[in-house]
Ligand binder design. Sequence first.
Ligand code: BG6
Length: 464
Amino acid sequence: MQLTFPENFWWGAATSGPQSEGRFHKPHANVFDYWYDTTPTDFHNFVGPNTASDFYHSFRADIKLMKQVGLNTVRTSIQWTRLIDDFETASLNPDGVRFYNEVIDEFITNGITPIINLHHFDLPVELYQQYGGWESKHVTDLYAKYAEQCFRLFGDRVKNWFTFNEPMVIVEGQYLHQFHYPKIVDGKKAVQVAYNLALASAKAIAKYRGLTENNDGKIGTILNLTPAYAASDEPADQEAARIAELWTNKLFLYPAILGHFPEELVELLTKDQVIWESTPEEAELIKHNTIDQLGVNYYHPFRVQRPDISPDSLMDWMPNKYFADYDLPGRVMNVDKGWEIYPQALYDIALNIRDEYHNIPWFVSENGMGVSREERYLNEQGMIDDQYRIKFMKDHLTWLHKGIEAGSNCFGYHVWTPIDCWSWANAYRNRYGLIRNDIRTQTKTIKASGHWLAETSKQNGFTI
Ligand code: BG6
């Protein structure tokens, strides 16, 4: 059976500035640059962001490879720490402007539509040191100024903007679960940061809408959605899933699409005395600056059960006091990465967006399979024969297709990632690319999955 996708479907892939460019000629360090400079031992094999996949120098050749694997759209991000010289005034760095202009033009010359994101975890470290980063409302204003510069500079050619990638990862990584610098555990700050990120997104959208030129495109945000599935039908597990869904998904979906925060979550955070500081003016701003389109990063489901300790236990405030992870016996796993593989969730996400979020236009902005020691799969021709990745994509696309047939307004599918790239503290442990990168030589070669995607994009579908 042939699965055909909607006309003009985005067959694409996503990366980010800090993960691909390398630090060359950047006027500032972001929090990851600083973390690596101060604690390189926190990074897999001590590999940091200095070179990444060298996109700064090799973007023309890289984009040609992206073309060869059939991508009609590619997402990357602008680095605040590259484009801007003075964060307070958002004055421009000439080399940063030149670089992003050339990258955008090169994509367009190659027939690839550039999709531009403005923030991929890469807060300038000075703003953390001076103001506490996203804990500060002033930083949300500085971010909006930077965003406006991007719209003015590149909006004549970039028609699809995204304000943030996975704001929840900033909240959890930096303020709850200690996997990103500064590795704080502080529930109250985490909640304020979540609010401030939603506010910052709305402020950037307001800037976009306020421009008289270059605002004829679309703007959205990118959320990592992990549907919460209860371990059983028992009320305690169902309640755990309800709260997990509120925290992990609705916290950002609601303000971005519906223009307000979920009331049940606000009540819970108020009862727990960790609710954010907000003003009626900010509520108005959020209400009037919702997104045009949504990006959904989906990797794995979130299976939850009732917590094994009481919420009244003595502990720092953590959302997880209301739910605990659940390992479904017999689940399909990517053991390398430690994530369950559950393609059907894309169908559930599709229907949820259709039914609960006005059927807003959306696309899968990241989906992919991270595999370690991928040289295991080099064949005699020197190609990574990643049949597991092809299967992963096919399975997810099959469920996505069912969601589209059921009326969900999905217009694209982006793989993480075009070329193996540097991934924060995991560095190059997990390879996700359609194109292999030998990081010792920066030699880039197409994997079997890249050839498969080229054909799929050409056919606008595939046979199952
Ligand atoms: C996504 C992020 O959530 O996961 C990417 O947006 C990241 O930036 C990707 O690289 C894969 O992460 P990891 O840790 O498996 O390499």
